[in-house]
Design a protein around this ligand. Sequence first.
Ligand SMILES: C[C@H](O)[C@H](O)[C@H]1CNC2=NC(N)=NC(=O)C2=N1
Length: 76
Amino acid sequence: MWKEEDNKLKKTFEFDDFITAFGFMSKVAIVAEKMNHHPNWSNVYNSVSFELNTHDAGDKVTDKDRKLAEEIDKLA
Ligand SMILES: C[C@H](O)[C@H](O)[C@H]1CNC2=NC(N)=NC(=O)C2=N1
């Protein structure tokens, strides 16, 4: 479940291992590039955390972030 907090949409995904987490990140990277909307994210071993917002809108959550969140969910 995405949580909206501090002008960010936040969610953490956990996978079996690093290589699976990194495969997910690769798929997200391709979609983000196509959308020209890029996540703030971090990866620690099998875990990938997102904090989505729109820099061009003054670091607020916009429909672009909601759309990216939807696409990320489809790839997990
Ligand atoms: C020039 C380019 O379109 C912009 O910098 C895009 C790229 N990716 C982006 N990603 C995010 N998360 N926010 C933005 O405002 C944004 N702007």
